[in-house]
Design a protein around this ligand. Structure first.
Ligand code: PGA
Length: 228
C-alpha cells in the first residue's frame, strides 16, 4: 500500500478535554494510516494513542528561563518525539527567523525527533515569478539528508483561505523539492474533503498537513477515507 501521511495541525484550537474525545474517536478508527496530530501544548495527552502526538512549537532548550516556552523536559513528559518547525504563522506572526528555525531544527535533530519542516511562498513571491528561488533558499537552511525529516510545502496564500493550490502547482513544487531530498513531501493549504482525492492523486505527494478540516475528528476521518 502507498504510504501517505495525514497530519493535523490544530493551531490555537482545542482544549485537553476536546482533544481527549478526539483521540478516542481516532483511536477507535485508525487502521494502518500514518497519522500525526499537533494539538496545542496545553492539550498534550499522556495516554495510549494509536497515532503520533506532535508539538506545534518548542524552544530549543532542555528547560530554563524562557518565559512562555516549553522545552525538552516538557515534551518528554508526554513522550513527544515529533515537532513542527517553520510554519508560516510562526515565521510571520511570531517573527521566527531562518537563524532561529535552524537552531530549532538542529536541536530537534539532536534528539532524533521526527521533524515536519514547513516552507511556502507568499502570494507576492508567487506573482513575482520567484517561487522556486525562494523555496530553494528556505530549504538551504536545514539538513535535507536528515533521516527523520518530512517537508511540508504550504503556500501561504492557500492556508486557511479555502483556495488550495492546483494539482499542477503542487506537482511542480513537490517535484522541485524531490530533486533535493528524499524526505516524504506533504502538501498543506486548504486541504478538505472536496480536494483530498485529487491531492492524493499527485505521485510526488506523500501526505497532507491539514488545519481547519482536521479540527473535527469525524471530518478528519472522512477526509482520510476519501483516499481509500
Ligand atoms: P488549513 O491550514 O488547512 O486550514 O489551510 C493548514 C496549515 O496551516 O497547516
Amino acid at each position: 500500500m502507498r504510504k501517505f501521511i495525514f497530519a493535523a495541525n490544530f493551531k490555537c484550537n482545542q482544549t485537553r478535554a476536546g482533544f481527549n474525545s478526539y483521540a478516542d474517536a481516532l483511536n477507535s478508527w485508525i487502521s494502518d494510516e500514518e497519522i500525526i496530530v499537533f494539538p496545542p501544548s496545553c492539550a498534550f495527552l499522556n495516554r495510549n494513542l494509536r497515532f503520533l502526538q506532535g508539538a506545534q512549537n518548542f524552544y530549543p532548550c532542555q528547560n530554563g528561563a524562557f518565559t512562555g516556552e516549553i522545552g525538552l523536559e516538557q515534551l518528554n513528559e508526554f513522550g513527544i518525539n515529533c515537532v513542527l518547525i517553520g510554519h508560516s504563522e510562526r515565521r510571520q506572526i511570531l517573527g521566527e527567523s531562518e537563524e532561529f528555525l535552524r537552531a530549532k531544527f538542529e536541536f530537534a535533530k539532536g534528539q532524533n525527533f521526527k521533524i515536519v519542516y514547513c516552507i511556502g511562498e507568499s502570494l507576492e513571491t508567487r506573482e513575482s515569478g520567484k517561487t522556486l528561488e525562494f523555496l530553494g533558499a528556505q530549504l538551504k537552511n536545514i539538513d535535507l539528508n536528515y533521516e527523520n525529516l518530512i517537508i511540508a510545502y504550504e503556500p501561504i496564500w492557500a492556508i486557511g483561505t479555502g483556495k488550495s493550490a492546483s494539482k499542477a502547482e503542487i506537482s511542480e513544487i513537490l517535484e522541485f523539492i524531490s530533486r533535493k531530498t528524499s524526505a516524504p513531501l506533504l502538501y498543506g493549504g486548504s486541504v478538505n474533503l472536496g480536494n483530498i482525492a485529487e491531492i492524493y492523486g499527485i505521485n510526488s505527494c506523500g501526505g497532507v498537513l491539514v488545519g481547519g478540516a482536521s479540527l473535527d475528528a469525524q471530518n478528519f476521518i472522512n477526509l482520510i477515507k476519501e483516499t481509500k
